[in-house]
Ligand binder design. Sequence first.
Ligand SMILES: [Zn+2]
Length: 275
Amino acid sequence: MGLASKIVGAVAKRLPAHGRDRAEEWLLPRRPFERLEVPASSALTIICDDGETRDLDIVELLDRHGAKGVFAVSPGLIGRPGFLGYEQLRTIRAGGHEIAFHGTTHDAFTGFATPAALEAAIGEGVARMAAEGLGTPSTLIYPFGRHNRWVRASVAGRFDCAFTTWFGLNERHANRFGIRRIPFGAYVGKLPGTEAWYQSLIDRAAAGGGWPALMLHPAAEGHTPQHTAMLGRLIEHARQRGVAVRTVAAHLSAPAGRARDPEHPPAATLPGARV
Ligand SMILES: [Zn+2]
């Protein structure tokens, strides 16, 4: 066992869920494709995981506020009881919201036996989404937030960026394939989760060009109608502070905001990329 692995193992024991993966990501240097310079303009991004029908509450709220959000779906779940169908997702996309990829079957990517097996599974799901009129997703939301060093390398050729469940407000430099999120409603855990706390994160983003990405599970027990109402107020709060509410794709392609990284062009321009 190499020294780096020993250190990773030692640190992992002291960390909560995803401990080893987090320790590895923290300790080992970022590879060129992982380097993301967070756009200088601040933005708030709202991401709903799993594509359950309760997401429609959020679609309605966003539409009422004239804001666009991100809806992360797994083709293996689309159309099942309690989940949005393709027709509903096409309507959401036509409304200007972003449809992101959330795994073909919602199995954790770290559980695949080999990168080739993971890439084959992703290829199937992405092709299905394209065939169903949902376009080719450029944003990946890891199922269960799980990722590690080989997973990030494996997904980098196909997606422009990927989000985890790991907590954080993205500022200055981030891992393009391990972008942090802030839980809202469900899965807040020991975080404050109060309106004042979310406002303070937005204020911090406004002051320093940060990029808070909210993670929502509108169908989960922790998410109440009060959360949906609070989200509407936070959207207005962000706008009052000059923080744009926009999708991942819109923020990463914002004029003059994008990090110039010739080693990792957007997925759509990579040779052989599905379009
Ligand atoms: Zn999920």
